[in-house]
Design a protein around this ligand. Structure first.
Ligand code: UDP
Ligand code: MG
Length: 167
């Protein structure tokens, strides 16, 4: 079944110069990249992305982590992988959430670590199922930033919207 998956290279992955390595590992899946960009993560975006974990004690630290506050890298790389069973394939390559439990050959098993506070610094985010993938992709990307039509979209005319243009 063709499906889309949101991948984030988290700030620790960027700081450790793992971008090329992670993309090479993900290329083993033969999936297609249909969108990619660098994103400065606002508190609002971080909170919405991880809303299922709001009640957890580690939530405030997780929000700081994904915003790059611990790594002096206030950005993440966001990509959409598309193709057959993309969620299962990408999650397998990423490995278990806890880097100590992840297969040592997986991305998280190879490069993740647990902080003394207990937070899992695990290099990548991968959507966990199809409905989460749709929710996350709509949160991180506008339809025009994706080169295929993943979900129904519509044209709207925004009158007073300010946009930054080249000078
Ligand atoms: N996380 C953590 N401790 C936990 C569970 C999660 O630090 O006990 C962090 C970890 O960085 C993880 C993120 O919160 O990647 C999101 O958690 P989720 O349960 O969605 O795991 P994932 O889908 O990323 O494997
Ligand atoms: Mg998750």
């Amino acid at each position: 079944m063709d499906q889309a998956t949101l991948i984030l290279i988290k700030p620790d992955g960027l700081k450790k110069s793992l971008t090329g390595n992670i993309l090479t590992r993900l290329s083993e899946t033969k999936l297609e990249i249909v969108a990619a960009k660098m994103v400065r993560v606002t508190e609002e975006l971080a909170t919405e992305h991880y809303r299922h974990l709001k009640s957890k004690a580690f939530f405030p630290e997780l929000i700081k982590y994904i915003q790059g506050e611990m790594h002096d890298r206030r950005k993440v790389m966001a990509l959409i992988y598309w193709g057959t069973d993309s969620i299962k394939k990408c999650r397998e390559l990423a490995g278990a959430t806890n880097p100590e439990e992840a297969d040592p050959t997986s991305i998280r098993g190879s490069y993740g670590r647990i902080l003394t506070t207990g937070l899992y610094e695990n290099v990548v985010h991968v959507s966990s199922n199809e409905s989460e993938a749709e929710r996350e992709i709509k949160l991180w990307f506008m339809p025009e930033e994706i080169i295929v039509d993943l979900y129904p979209s519509k044209i709207i005319v925004e009158k007073e919207r300010k946009v930054q243009a080249w000078a």
